[in-house]
Design a protein around this ligand. Structure first.
Ligand code: FES
Length: 351
């Protein structure tokens, strides 16, 4: 499940002047392992001047389609996203881990879903829009913020969906760097706007879930506003995106306070390694140093590619931008952020 596979780029489309959509060619025999759920992402591995780097990009396609597509937006000096715009060619092979991630929407019937995205946060959200519309009879209210009309990603797909599902999909666009007549839609999506929208459009609806994807400040302010309006925390799901190469905090800042023996199970295989007291290493870093191939991408507590279950022992997590409360209650941890606190640690990626 966590192995990398070589896939060819089947098509490259220019989405905006600084974003491309790659379609990946999945061979017939690998179709099953590359099935995805709405909201999941792919992790790419590549070599940059001898250094192995990994980047995750959300899948934007509908789960009942046959096209595996990701959107890659250029980030200044992005070591993958810049070459992805111009240097990669159709037919070229890339190394890709099968779909992963817990920011998932599985829709119920006869309900409503509120989706809120900013910028490239639209990518997993678009897959969720398809999922609700194609797999249920429920409704979607999408609130989508961008700087400019020209820079609005995946607008054509949303317009096509709006034409097809006029009575079940409502899309409200917000622009922060271009004038717009209606005050409510001018500027970034923030707590004030969400308060107004909630009171005007949402408070009387039967809403099964709120799904948020965008920068951290948007997620924090929108989640707070929803909670202040009485929305149950358990119905708010979010994925925070991190600009490529952005490091939130160095996870090696904390040293282990004890000698610890770690046992890890991945794809049915159990391996063991040690972390010494004083080592400034997370469970993930120490495993990689020992040649154990644990899955990861961002190493910053954001993507959840390194999520596993803590079966025994205690750890301290330095940062967590991706696990929800129910996951923490069930002892899921991020190995890229976890420092051991007990002499024995057992973790399991297969649970
Ligand atoms: S590798 Fe991304 S959260 Fe740990």
């Amino acid at each position: 499940m966590y192995e990398f596979h070589k896939l060819k780029i089947k098509n490259i489309e220019q989405e905006t002047k600084d974003a491309v959509v790659w379609t990946l060619d999945v061979p017939e025999q690998e179709k099953e392992i590359f099935k995805w759920k709405a909201g999941q992402h792919l992790t790419f591995k590549y070599d940059f001047n001898g250094e192995e780097l990994r980047r995750s990009y959300s899948i934007l396609s509908p789960t009942d389609g046959d096209e595996l597509k990701v959107l890659i937006k250029k980030v200044d000096q992005g070591r993958f996203s810049e070459p992805a715009q111009t240097q990669y060619q159709i037919g070229q092979t890339v190394e890709v881990m099968p779909p992963i991630g817990n920011f998932i929407l599985s829709p119920e019937n006869n309900s409503n879903y509120v989706l809120i995205a900013a910028g490239s946060g639209i990518t997993p959200i678009l897959s969720m829009v398809y999922e609700v519309l194609n797999q249920s009879n429920s409704h979607v209210n999408l609130y989508y913020g961008n700087g400019t009309v020209e820079g609005t990603l995946l607008k054509k797909q949303l317009t096509d969906l709006k034409d097809k599902f006029a009575d079940r999909l409502s899309v409200s666009y917000f622009l922060s760097r271009e004038p717009i007549d209606i005050d409510l839609y001018s500027g970034r999506i923030d707590a004030d706007k969400i308060n107004k929208i909630y009171q005007k459009e949402l408070k009387d609806l039967n809403i099964s879930g709120y799904y948020l994807c965008g920068p951290g400040e948007m997620i924090t302010s929108v989640s707070t506003a929803l909670k202040e309006n009485g929305v149950d925390t358990r119905s708010i799901h979010s994925e925070f995106f991190l600009s490529e190469d952005q490091v939130i905090r160095d996870s090696s800042e904390k040293a282990s306070s004890t000698d610890s023996g770690v046992s890890v199970t991945i794809d049915g295989v159990t391996s063991r390694y040690d972390i010494k007291q004083g080592d400034e290493k997370t469970l993930l870093d120490a495993a990689l140093d020992n040649g154990i191939n644990m899955p990861y991408s961002c190493k910053a507590g954001v993507c959840a590619t390194c999520r596993c279950k803590l079966v025994e022992g205690e750890v301290e997590m330095i940062e967590n931008y991706s696990l929800e409360d129910w996951e923490l209650e069930q002892n899921y941890i991020l190995s890229c952020q976890s420092i051991p606190k007990t002499d024995k640690i057992v973790i399991d990626y297969d649970s």
